[in-house]
Design a protein around this ligand. Structure first.
Ligand code: FES
Length: 630
């Protein structure tokens, strides 16, 4: 099968790079599993990224000395820790601790059977993540100082953590002395990556939490995770409090462009939303917020910029430039989060102004970069992000779908809330609706819109150009529905639900000819996006082995109707699956495993971004896609 390998590859910036990122080949025996990873990752990480379990109780921290493997082919120098874990004969025979082996050349590795079962959690799209959070707690019983042992308080703590190279700050030094003395030198060190953030009295190792945030333009979701078990202990969601400033990213950017002081206002509203959710999940699980040591934030580029207090204006105007793709170290306090005062925030990097950190997180959760199958990832919203590829190559783009799927720009449209018609099914004689909250319909949300249009095309009341058929034809084609095809003023409409008397169209919930056109524009933008990616890859739709519908809208969308309308390629329906809230899942993975986090960062090098807006073929392709498939 062809791949997008011809010619020099453009990097995520859209610039060219000489060659794809170099990989090393690793073969794990006895299974014979062959994997390719970027050089520089540890053997332990490479194995666990690819689902190969290596014994460990420390999760790769270099303290348990259980991750023993034998290098059967290739050369790896022995680390200082190897010399303590193995005899000289074993070292000569190639035994090494996998978490200390930095891969920079091809290797064959023998993995002994597991003695202990690694702690793992199932996250993302069926992904098994071996726990190795960046946050860790270590209980220490330290010797008291004496005239013969005058090490400083900090030296005493760091000496007990000599497998780590730690840095710390003034805040820790201000309290370390009193904590050590009041707790009889029995303390818990709180560490994030290579930073000692706290020394706490007694043993607090059982209390280590993180919060994964999916920072959406409309809805924000928080999941509180027990980082020592990988278990989600509470989940909460709320509308983004920036809502009064517009429904989509462009209106929020415009609000700031018109009054720069609003950046502070909108950042504050994002912080209020995040803080409110943090307090809620902690209260639900009776967790002290101070035991939340790390958070992960997955959001689109605009939401992320605003939350970090960075002016998003350059994202909203061509050539659509981000302040940065990767963000420097961010403290939870920078987001005004009421968690551990020295807690950290991992902020997902973005591919481009319109393929943001939420998509990086979603791709991480989907495992697209590690799967041999060619898959299409589609996250439908006002802006639709599309990624095509497999473990060897990935192409991404963003298509401006407009607000139709959010229920905006649709005459009777509404958000997916109580009263929204979310499912519509029809035969030539009947129509049935499912309404969120089982209440009287108040409007039509995105999934209901897709269902309604797909059903009308299927029964023949809408032709393939998207036009309602003449009334006389309707009476023949669908006698049980023809009475619903009527007019409101000059415009033709199809009534889904009579709120008042039958015939009182003005009070009814209906789909208008213009609504159908809005859907066609949105659908055509998305289909153009994936068609251009397929063309870039030299592939045909049938080469796609799976379509992942991501995001909250994707979860509610009927795969059959998405195919019917041409929103996704014409494939057997079982190949189109709902992937759920993958951005939130990716955020969880980043909290549970530094390896997965490194995988998210590596994606930045592996995905080539294809800009649609400057393509000469976009308009022709868009017009071709306006029709519904025959
Ligand atoms: S995984 Fe524990 S020492 Fe390597």
């Amino acid at each position: 099968m062809a791949g997008p390998s011809a010619g020099p590859a453009a990097g995520p910036d859209g610039g060219t790079q000489a060659s794809p990122p170099a990989r090393v080949d690793l073969t794990f025996q006895p299974a014979g599993t062959r994997v390719r990873v970027p050089p520089g990752v540890t053997l332990f990480d490479a194995a666990s990224w690819n689902g190969i379990a290596i014994d460990s109780t420390c999760g790769g921290h270099g303290t348990c000395k259980k991750c023993k493997v034998r290098i059967a082919a290739g050369s790896v120098p022995a680390s200082a820790l190897d010399a303590r874990a193995f005899s000289p004969d074993e070292l000569r025979a190639g035994w090494r601790l996998a978490c200390r082996v930095i891969t920079d050349s091809d290797l064959q590795v023998e993995v002994p059977p597991l003695v202990t079962r690694p702690k793992a959690a199932t996250v993302g799209v069926g992904r098994q993540v071996i726990l190795r959070p960046a946050a860790q707690k270590r209980y220490l019983e330290l010797a008291e100082p004496s005239l013969s042992d005058q090490r400083t308080d900090l030296q005493r703590v760091l000496a007990a953590l000599d497998d780590l190279e730690l840095r710390t700050d003034l805040t820790v030094l201000r309290s370390i002395g009193s904590v050590l003395r009041s707790a009889d030198y029995r303390v818990t060190a709180v560490i994030i990556d290579d930073v000692l953030i706290d020394v706490q009295p007694g043993d607090t190792t059982a209390r280590l939490y993180g919060i994964a945030f999916d920072l959406g333009t409309t809805t924000v979701v928080a999941t509180l995770l027990d980082l020592s078990t990988g278990t989600p202990v509470a989940v909460a969601s709320m509308l983004n409090r920036q809502q009064p400033f517009g429904a989509d990213v462009i209106t929020r950017i415009s609000a700031i462009m018109m009054d720069p002081a609003r950046l502070g206002t909108l950042a504050g509203l994002a912080h209020e939303t995040l803080a409110g959710l943090a307090a809620e999940v902690c209260a639900q699980a009776a967790v002290d917020p101070a035991d939340v040591c790390e958070v992960a934030l997955a959001g689109n580029a605009t939401m992320t910029h605003i939350a970090l207090g960075i002016d998003p204006e350059p994202l909203g105007v061509a050539p659509f430039i981000m302040a940065a793709r990767h963000f420097p170290e961010v403290l939870a306090a920078d987001l005004s989060l009421p968690v551990h005062p020295r807690g950290r925030a991992f902020v997902f990097p973005a591919f481009g102004a319109y393929v943001g950190g939420d998509i990086t997180a979603g791709l991480l959760a989907s495992g697209m970069d590690r799967d041999s199958r060619t898959r299409l990832f589609v996250d439908i919203g006002t802006n639709c992000e599309i990624v095509l590829g497999n473990r060897d190559w990935l192409l991404a783009t963003a298509a401006p779908a407009g607000p139709a799927f959010e229920g905006a720009a649709i005459r009777c449209g509404m958000r997916a809330a109580d009263g929204a018609i979310e499912v519509v099914s029809m035969t030539a004689d009947s129509l049935s609706l499912r309404v969120i909250g089982d209440v009287e319909p108040a409007g039509l949300c995105g999934s209901g819109l897709v269902d309604a249009v797909a059903s009308l095309v299927s029964v023949g009341l809408l032709d393939h150009s998207g036009r309602f058929v003449p009334e006389d034809d309707a009476a023949v084609i669908a006698p049980g529905l023809a009475g619903r095809l009527t007019r409101l003023g000059e415009e033709r409409v199809f009534v889904l639900h009579w709120l008042g008397e039958p015939g009182d169209v003005a009070r009814a919930i209906y789909l208008s000819q213009r609504d159908v056109r809005e859907l066609q524009f949105a659908k055509a933008a998305i289909a153009t996006g994936w068609n251009i990616l397929l063309a870039e890859a030299g592939l045909a739709p049938g080469d796609i082995q799976q379509v992942l519908l991501a995001g909250s809208f994707g979860s509610y969308l009927s795969p059959a109707n998405a195919i019917r309308l041409g929103l996704v390629p014409p494939l057997p329906v079982l190949r189109v699956v709902s992937a759920g809230n993958v951005a939130g899942e990716g955020a969880k993975m980043a909290l549970l495993s530094v390896r997965e986090r490194a995988g998210a960062l590596a994606l930045q090098e592996e995905v080539r971004y294809v800009e649609l807006s400057d393509r000469a073929d976009f308009n022709d392709a868009f017009v071709d896609q306006l029709q519904f498939p025959a």
